[in-house]
Design a protein around this ligand. Structure first.
Ligand code: XMP
Length: 605
């Protein structure tokens, strides 16, 4: 069957694939294309969307792509980098500067078909270092944002109706642009005139077919963590191949939540898959691999490699070495690992480590969910009849508590911290809150590029809105900071010192207890379902001179994990969590992570 289709040109922006999903949501087929693909291959599309990129348009980076697309009589929409490229191509100017992160209010300059059905001021989501400073003669400004100082930030949206070329500086494709969906529909269904004909049911049929073709007469051995993705993948494999050609392996890696492995085994019984399931306690292997390791990417790689070593050992033990490796990898795992041609590595997901890449090259890996985001995996799971309480469990990362247990050599760069502290104090001076730059680092993502920078701890009493504003101001104005935390203990810490600490069973047990307290608290207050995910993180920072650590609570709202914002918890719950966590031996501080993604990531490593 022929579908009207949109080409999404992937310049390696973190959200390029998300654009395709958002187009498919309007039942229009969207296909990812590369910037160097020949012009000929774009001719059958009804429209083209040019994605964001880690490259800087102002510096001419990644500018040697096929510009023949601009000669086609097909509407083109550019987002972020794409917007800047369109502006430049048609005689405008892009400068390095005017960066914005997170929410901004865009004021429309008038009515326009791209914004049909929307209000005069729209909330949009920004993540950029460069901006458009001038537009070409055939273009007009469709929207601008207003900075904190009241000054206009021009060209948030531009367009030329004669050329049918449009550009948005913001990301219409992320869930944090609330009416982004409508803007994409206006382009795809309105400007491009696509007829909607694509559906998820068709996608399931196509995947079942694809699994059968790829597996042939072989069988699949799937790593089943108990998380949503591997569970949905297990059900899809069982449907495509039958339970006899599917083996599941649940590994207790010692990095699981309290009682988690026992619950996973119960869950597979409920799904009628227990006959396929094997369980192994490999916690010693993982602890040994992580012994003495501090660097986050190294920890991730070691965890991923150990999964494969245990998997291969179990396959030998069961005599099924010829089986293909099944994984429930979803799209963000690939993009954040730098797994598309141009994307920066934000963090290496456990199912994307080099050993697996090598197995993939040999055709030994089957991944039926690799094009989907979590929300689509859940939709698929519901269509496959998996009970909602399993589908709507919070996502839990493959490396588990391993990436929530920060490690440190216990050293600090006093000079650099002093300089950062002065910058932070000056940025936050008007808020009357005290700020402390923490002498450790965590991972974040800014304008599609990985960051590994310091968090700031904010102490003091203020309204929630004001605290968020202080946090937003610090993150926007101070390079070198990628997270802000609210201190839940009232005093400003006096003697913060990083502790030498790595991954040990004792620290993991402590984190497991703190995590169990937080999860139980969310359930008690009926908040579990409305929050996307809530990591609890243990940070080896001594506050009280007694070698006890700092614990962070990080509840977030998100839809696809590519962007997120801090989820506010009721004050009484925060107080209860604080008292319960402080009662644990080994913890002397509790803080709440206020950071959106970008510039933070959901996990800390
Ligand atoms: P970040 O921290 O990048 O995480 O904002 C986005 C989402 O992905 C989860 N995550 C992982 N999931 N393997 C996984 O299966 C991994 O290695 C991994 N790292 C992060 C994270 O929990 C969040 O939902």
């Amino acid at each position: 069957m022929h579908h009207d289709a949109i080409a999404v040109i992937d310049f390696g922006g973190q959200y390029a694939h998300l654009i395709a999903t958002k187009v498919r949501r309007h039942h229009v087929l969207a296909e990812i294309r590369q910037p160097e693909d020949p012009t000929e291959e774009f001719k059958g599309y009804k429209g083209i969307i040019v994605s964001g990129s880690p490259a800087l348009a102002s510096k001419g980076e990644d500018s040697a792509y096929n510009k023949g697309i601009y000669d086609l009589d097909i509407p083109i929409l550019g987002l972020c980098f794409g917007h800047q490229e369109i502006a430049q191509h048609y005689g405008g100017k892009v400068v390095h500067g005017g960066r914005e992160w997170g929410h901004a209010d865009m004021h429309l300059t008038g009515d326009h078909p791209m914004f049909e059905g929307l209000g005069p001021v729209e909330q949009v989501w920004m993540s950029h270092f460069d901006s458009v400073a001038e537009i070409g003669p055939e273009f007009k400004e469709l929207g601008y944002t207003v900075l904190g100082s009241g000054k206009q930030h021009r060209y948030a949206a531009i367009g030329s109706d004669t050329l049918k070329r449009y550009g948005f500086q913001f990301h219409a494709e992320v869930d944090d642009t609330p009416n982004g969906d409508r803007m994409i529909a206006n382009f795809v269904l309105g400007v491009c005139g696509c007829t909607p004909s694509w559906s998820m049911d068709r996608y399931i049929d196509e995947q079942v077919q694809r699994i059968r073709e790829q597996v042939g007469g072989n069988s699949v051995f799937l790593l089943a963590s108990g998380g949503v993705d591997s569970t949905v993948a297990a059900k899809l494999f069982a449907n495509a191949l039958g339970p006899d050609r599917l083996r599941l392996l649940h590994i207790d890696n010692g990095l699981m939540r309290k009682e988690e492995s026992r619950k996973v085994v119960e869950m597979f019984k409920l799904l009628d898959l227990e006959k396929s399931l094997h369980f192994v306690d490999a916690s010693e292997d993982f602890l040994e691999a992580l012994h003495g390791v501090v660097e986050p990417e190294q920890k991730r790689t070691l965890i991923g490699n150990t999964f494969i070593e245990v998997f291969e050992r179990e396959a030998r033990r069961l005599g099924i070495e010829d089986h293909l490796l099944g994984q429930g990898t979803i799209y963000p795992d690939t993009i954040e690992t730098g797994g598309t041609k141009r994307a920066d590595t934000i963090k290496t997901h456990h199912n994307r480590v080099p050993i697996i890449a090598e197995m993939m090259a040999r055709g030994r890996v089957v991944e039926p969910l690799v094009e989907l985001y979590k929300v689509e995996v859940r939709e698929l799971g519901e269509k496959l009849g998996i009970p909602s309480k399993l589908i709507w469990r919070h996502p839990f990362p493959g490396p588990g508590l391993g990436v929530r247990l920060l490690c440190s050599e216990g050293l600090e760069d006093t000079a650099a911290l002093k300089e950062l502290s002065a910058d932070v104090e000056s940025a936050a001076s008007s808020f009357g809150l005290s700020t402390t730059v923490l002498p450790i680092k965590s991972v974040g993502v800014k304008a599609d590029v990985r960051s590994y920078e310091h968090p700031v701890l904010i102490t003091g009493k203020a309204e929630w809105g004001e605290i968020l504003e202080a946090s937003g101001t610090i993150l926007k104005e101070v390079a070198g900071i990628n997270r802000c935390l609210l201190n839940l203990v009232s005093e400003t810490p006096q003697a913060l010192k990083p502790l030498a600490a790595t991954t040990t069973r004792e620290r993991l047990d402590l984190l497991r207890e703190a995590d169990a307290i937080v999860m139980e608290g969310l359930r008690r207050y009926g908040l579990y379902d409305s929050i996307w995910q809530c990591p609890t993180v243990l940070v080896p920072l001594e506050i009280d001179g007694k070698g006890r650590e700092l614990c962070i609570i990080r509840p977030v709202h998100s839809e696809r994990a590519m962007t997120a914002s801090a989820a506010r918890l009721p004050e009484e719950l925060l107080q209860e969590l604080k008292s319960q966590i402080l009662a644990l031996p080994g913890i002397s501080g509790v803080a709440f992570d206020l950071t959106s993604k970008p510039p933070g990531t959901i996990e800390w490593e």
